[in-house]
Design a protein around this ligand. Sequence first.
Ligand SMILES: [Zn+2]
Length: 114
Amino acid sequence: MLCDTNLSLALKSEVGEYRIFNFSIFQIKNGGEQFENCKINLTRHAEINIKIKCPICGKNHCYKFKINDFRNTKMFTSGCENSGLTVFFIGEFEMISDTINKQIYINSMIYAMI
Ligand SMILES: [Zn+2]
């Protein structure tokens, strides 16, 4: 059993900013959860199904994670099948917000150097 049933998903927007959605395993167990451009379901085999409308290529992409995978890994990064660019992070809220903050910091450093 998971100790923590809450997960977060940070989905990139068309302008490259991330929006974080929080959900629980129980929530998606009962009919799924629909966020903007993103649908999350739980399968009978304890897998989390994520369907997104890609902010980069505009097509729909599907991803699958096993609930057990989140026991050992705090965060997964998934990308666009067509471009290879990161589209979302899923996992522990703290880990995701740290990663996004680091990216914002690195991007601001890059812009400062140009
Ligand atoms: Zn894509």
